[in-house]
Write a protein that binds this ligand. Structure first.
Ligand SMILES: NC(=O)c1ccc[n+]([C@@H]2O[C@H](COP(=O)([O-])OP(=O)(O)OC[C@H]3O[C@@H](n4cnc5c(N)ncnc54)[C@H](O)[C@@H]3O)[C@@H](O)[C@H]2O)c1
Length: 319
């Protein structure tokens, strides 16, 4: 009952692989290392270096490792950059998913858990996003994730496919210090890199219609998120019915200024952030209910904001 984890050498994927390891489910990683790190794959877990776009390689891997299900995390995740690189984004996230599904059909693998994103909602005008909130992506990235969800749905209508898509909110922290988020565009690594290099972290806009004027987001710990992938894989293996999509959000909003305060406390570095103008396309607030996932996917916030900051800082220092 091996599961293939595409993108398993990346930030979230490497935590997912460890969550499977913890419960004794074997995995194989397929990753082209475009943004992942070979050393993130734990000893004893086979790494197949290649792209999900390579249908023959993927089908061979599925057959060769007797794979029974796939967690599909491989993709291009930079929403801002996707505006400048729409074709690349669509190729990696849409064509990549289509090729993966083709390889799965060829190898008779009928279970998949897909990494989707809060970006499918765009700028929702609600206090708490639920799975019924209308989708309205505002970037090629968000669009590509929504199309990925549709590909799973449509393939399931045409062939045997058991699937669910997990819409992640802001994923932060580290489950273990050797696994850091190395993204050059996410708030946590940006702030921690600035502090480690003696620069002053920056807030993009403090004139939003939020309590302290800075953007409010829903932060979730990567290790908590990883656990839900195992729960989803188990449910699909046992033939339990899952929803087509789940939000992995906490229900709590935290402002960028509150993050800065937590960063100062967690790193022991006293600083006053600079305030820069707003960035285009940043919604004022996006916070989600994770109730459905809590019911079906063992989704719980086991880690506090303090732990998110301190674990991310430890991983940044270990790098
Ligand atoms: N980090 C977040 O906050 C967040 C939020 C919502 C959704 N997601 C989604 O979660 C997934 C994982 O994100 P992450 O933060 O770990 O990013 P990441 O860049 O660290 O991981 C992506 C992994 O996929 C690999 N990859 C990329 N294209 C590939 C391809 N064509 N074939 C094989 N491997 C390929 C990369 O080398 C990397 O190891 C992505 O699909 C991302 O869109 C992330």
């Amino acid at each position: 009952m091996t599961w293939m984890v595409t993108g398993g050498a990346g930030y979230i994927g490497s935590h997912v692989v460890r969550a499977f390891q913890e419960v004794g489910i074997p995995t194989v990683v397929l990753d082209d290392l475009s943004s992942g790190h070979e050393e993130f794959v734990p000893a004893g877990v086979p790494l197949v270096r290649g792209s999900v776009l390579d249908t023959a390689l993927v089908a061979d891997t599925l057959r060769g490792h007797r794979v029974t299900g796939v967690v599909h995390l491989a993709g291009f995740k930079y929403a801002g950059v996707s505006v400048q690189r729409p074709l690349h984004t669509y190729e990696q996230n849409v064509t990549g998913t289509a090729h993966l599904l083709a390889a799965m059909a060829e190898a008779d693998v009928t279970r998949i858990v897909f990494s989707s994103s809060a970006a499918v909602y765009g700028t929702p005008d609600v206090d708490l996003v639920t799975e019924d909130t209308p989708t309205a992506p505002e970037s090629p990235y968000g669009e590509s994730k929504l199309i990925g969800e549709w590909l799973l749905r449509d393939q399931a209508a045409a062939t045997e496919l058991h699937h669910t898509s997990l819409r992640y909110f802001n994923v932060v922290g580290s489950g273990t210090p050797e696994l850091a988020d190395t993204s050059p565009h996410n708030l946590f690594p940006l702030v921690l890199d600035a502090l480690a290099e003696g620069r002053t972290p920056r807030i993009n806009g403090d004139d939003y219609s939020t309590p302290d004027g800075t953007c409010v987001r829903d932060y979730v710990h990567v290790a908590d998120l990883a656990t839900s992938h195992v729960a989803a894989a188990r449910a699909l293996t046992e033939g339990r019915e899952l929803r087509r999509v789940y939000n992995l959000g906490s229900g709590d909003g935290v402002s960028v200024r509150e993050i800065m305060t937590a960063m100062a406390a967690g790193t022991g570095i006293d600083f006053e952030p600079e305030v820069a103008p707003r960035r285009a396309g940043d919604p004022a607030r996006i916070v989600a209910s994770g109730e459905a996932a809590a019911r079906d996917l063992d989704w719980r916030m086991r880690h506090s904001l303090t732990e998110m900051v301190s674990s991310a800082w430890q991983a940044r220092q270990a790098r």
